[in-house]
Design a protein around this ligand. Structure first.
Ligand SMILES: *[C@@H]1O[C@H](CO)[C@@H](O)[C@H](O)[C@H]1NC(C)=O
Ligand SMILES: *[C@@H]1O[C@H](CO)[C@@H](O)[C@H](O)[C@H]1NC(C)=O
Ligand SMILES: *[C@@H]1O[C@H](CO)[C@@H](O)[C@H](O)[C@H]1NC(C)=O
Ligand SMILES: *[C@@H]1O[C@H](CO)[C@@H](O)[C@H](O)[C@H]1NC(C)=O
Ligand SMILES: *[C@@H]1O[C@H](CO)[C@@H](O)[C@H](O)[C@H]1NC(C)=O
Length: 411
């Protein structure tokens, strides 16, 4: 504890040393609240190893890695899940933002929560939320079901990709209809001001209509965003797929590499509220292997990471469920209804996605076939980065590439 406090002070001091902090949390036009999200999905019940300890967490991963494993034949029955889930969101609308009617909806990947987009360490270099706000955009980040402060229902039957997709759709519809902003009333914004239900402008900037939605995902969040484009393409105005692209080395990394542990056994303080089937990256080493690149790009020197950021990322690690780790039973194919611009933001040294080297020849024509009406399909590689793009040195250069590309496309 004392070491953590000391580290926090050192980091704060470093920030002060570096000059004025551009966007201290308390000055941000953001409000955090629980959003009740109705969703209905077709999930399935699977014949998989149940995880109530670390021994079974490892057995589970090895089972899925076994060459003859077949997820389809493990389906015991299909189930319809329909409920209203409490989802923890952070909504930021810059009152004077010139692009504030454009709302990012950001879906984080596995083993993180919404803090993935908004690291508390040196935000001007790492926070995508701060970059979006500085560009004048609005941004909503949320804890996917089963993570952070959101509901954490049954790992086997409820927390699955098809339901996560429907939650994303429901949040998108609430943003489009204006219902999202109504839910800000009664909550305190990050400056501590309680947002009044009667005065529309108490939440700074909430008088805006959020009429263009830019979906951004990372990793498993990009899988969900890809499924969203394929299934509900006309509900998205632009999309940024980060840390995910189909390629010849995709999914070569084995699930056992994560070093999964049963979450409550890994750390009761952090994960005492997780039930059977919730797992976490157990060790700092396993976490680094999947998410971090040790090397900077040879030419630019960009990338690599600071050990404080690795430690920070591990301290905010989150869980994934047994069912979420199965090959996602959602449509990851063509998106004939999606008509917006589309960017793939890749990490040069992404281990889980490209087995460590994304310097591959991606053929834009292939993607145009999948996204026949998409405009300006851009494939950008952030130099020297590992899978957790927001946690590598000069992460903000990648954010600039995304914001410049959006600007070129009229957003
Ligand atoms: C481990 O998995 C086996 C097979 O699914 C199951 O019978 C057993 O109850 C599990 N034990 C724990 C502690 O999870
Ligand atoms: C997986 O199982 C399903 C259903 O049992 C079967 O139709 C399919 O061919 C199997 N896939 C492979 C690759 O064996
Ligand atoms: C579950 O539903 C899918 C179609 O969505 C179907 O192909 C499959 O056979 C069903 N499985 C079972 C076990 O009912
Ligand atoms: C999207 O397309 C579906 C039909 O595929 C239609 O029912 C829906 O109204 C459309 N939504 C918008 C916002 O255009
Ligand atoms: C659990 O996590 C807390 C908070 O990060 C930490 O202080 C504690 O040392 C951890 N406990 C174990 C057993 O690792």
């Amino acid at each position: 504890m004392a070491i953590a406090t000391l580290l926090a002070l050192i980091l704060l001091f470093k920030r002060l040393e570096a000059g004025p902090v551009p966007s201290p949390a308390s000055d941000r036009p953001c409000v955090n609240f629980m959003l009740p999200v109705p969703a209905t999905a077709q999930n399935a019940e699977y014949d998989i190893i149940h995880v109530n300890d670390n021994i079974n967490a490892t057995a589970y991963a090895v089972d899925l890695d076994t060459w003859s494993f077949n997820a389809t034949s493990r389906v015991l029955r299909n189930i319809t899940v329909s409920d209203t889930f409490d989802i923890s969101v952070q909504l930021c609308v810059p009152p004077n933002g010139i692009k504030k009617q454009n709302l990012f909806i950001a879906t984080h990947g596995g083993l993180f929560d919404k803090r993935y987009w908004d690291p508390a360490i040196n935000p001007s270099e790492y926070s995508f939320v701060d970059a979006a706000l500085a560009g004048g955009y609005s941004i909503l980040t949320y804890d996917r079901l089963g993570t952070g402060s959101s509901d954490k229902p049954d790992a086997y039957t409820i927390v699955q990709a098809p339901l996560q997709l429907e939650i994303l759709r429901s949040i998108t519809n609430m943003a489009r209809s204006g219902e999202l902003l109504k839910h800000t009333a009664g909550n305190a914004d990050s400056a501590g001001t309680t947002v009044s239900a009667t005065s529309a402008n108490t939440f700074k900037g909430s008088d805006v209509s959020l009429d263009k939605i830019i979906h951004v995902g990372h990793s498993f969040g990009s899988v969900l965003t890809t499924a969203f484009l394929a299934t509900y393409g006309n509900l998205s105005d632009a999309a940024v797929i980060t840390g995910y692209i189909l390629n010849e080395h995709f999914a070569e990394m084995r699930k056992a590499t994560f070093g999964l542990e049963y979450a409550p056994q890994n750390n009761m303080t952090l994960f005492g509220d997780r039930s059977s089937g919730y797992m976490v990256d157990g060790t700092l080493g396993g976490f680094q292997t999947v998410f971090f690149s040790t090397q900077a790009d040879a030419t630019t020197g960009i990338g690599g990471f600071d050990t404080e950021v690795l430690d920070y990322a591990f301290s905010i690690r989150q869980t994934i469920t047994t069912s979420e780790f199965l090959p996602p039973p959602v449509n990851l194919g063509a998106a004939p209804q999606f008509e917006g611009p589309l960017q793939f933001m890749l990490a040069e040294f992404d281990y889980p996605i490209c087995r460590g080297d994304c310097n591959l020849h991606f053929d834009p024509a292939t993607f145009q076939k999948l996204y026949p009406k998409a405009k300006d399909i851009d494939i950008y590689t952030q130099q020297g980065n590992g899978h957790a793009l927001t946690m590598h040195r000069k992460a903000n250069l990648g954010y600039k590439a995304t914001l410049d590309w959006l600007d070129r496309n009229g957003f």
